[in-house]
Ligand binder design. Structure first.
Ligand SMILES: C[S@@+](CC[C@H](N)C(=O)[O-])C[C@H]1O[C@@H](n2cnc3c(N)ncnc32)[C@H](O)[C@@H]1O
Length: 207
């Protein structure tokens, strides 16, 4: 079974599982720690069931432009249904590597996605490229813990030390604002939150 087929199959139960494992308060805490300069446009890379986007909406309200990007059509459907029907949201079924928006986003989210990419270093560069200068990148990334072995048996993902995430992000041109240790539940053991900014360049033109 391909990764996309695995995620298609997992989609109907993903939100319930995330919530049971304690990711809802963890993602809320991650958004509470972020202070993006602009929140008008949002891209959720590897959106899954839309949990990070939901946490963003709860903290900052609905953005004017919102893209949900995922390779799994079933996940995109679930994420779209979890967000307000009144908000205009684009769903893009594509690999991060293949997605080329016309202009950058104020905020780019990626929750446990670089773990699945062939090169996490390249994935972080692609995430940085999606973000406009002055914009914010908010990540949740798998962290070393014995439990990762059990998760790996099903998902064949990777996990990263904080220093390695920060070094890859720095090479992608991102500046670290904050690392968040989640306080409770499974996320406290297996995940870390990261907030980066993409430095402003003199020629910055928001779109
Ligand atoms: C571990 S799930 C996380 C979902 C969600 N961000 C969350 O935090 O619950 C990873 C998601 O990323 C998607 N995905 C994996 N590799 C991807 C890639 N290269 N490009 C886009 N989406 C990808 C999967 O289909 C899946 O929905």
């Amino acid at each position: 079974m391909t990764l996309q087929e695995q995620y298609d199959q997992a989609a109907p139960r993903w939100a319930t599982r995330l919530s049971a494992l304690g990711f809802t308060p963890a993602y809320a805490a991650l958004m509470a720690a972020a202070a993006p300069r602009h929140t008008g446009s949002l891209c959720d890379v590897g959106a899954g069931s839309g949990a990070l986007s939901q946490a963003f909406y709860a903290r900052f309200g609905a953005p004017k432009r919102h893209v949900l990007l995922d390779t799994s059509a079933a996940m995109l459907q679930t994420a779209r249904a979890a967000l307000p029907a009144t908000t205009q949201i684009e769903t893009e079924q594509a690999l991060l590597a293949d997605y080329r928006p016309q202009c950058g986003f104020d905020v780019t989210l990626a929750g446990h996605v670089i773990e699945h990419c062939p090169s996490p270093e390249t994935a972080l560069q692609q995430i940085a490229a999606l973000t406009r200068p002055g914009g914010t990148v908010i990540l949740a990334v798998s962290h070393p813990h014995i439990c990762q072995i059990v998760i790996w048996l099903k998902w064949r993902h990777r996990w990263f030390r904080q220093d390695d995430v920060c070094a890859m992000a720095a090479r992608a041109g991102l500046r670290l604002s904050r690392i968040l240790r989640f306080e409770t539940g499974v996320p406290a053991r297996i995940s870390r939150g990261y907030i980066f900014t993409k430095p402003t360049q003199p020629q910055e033109t928001p779109c």
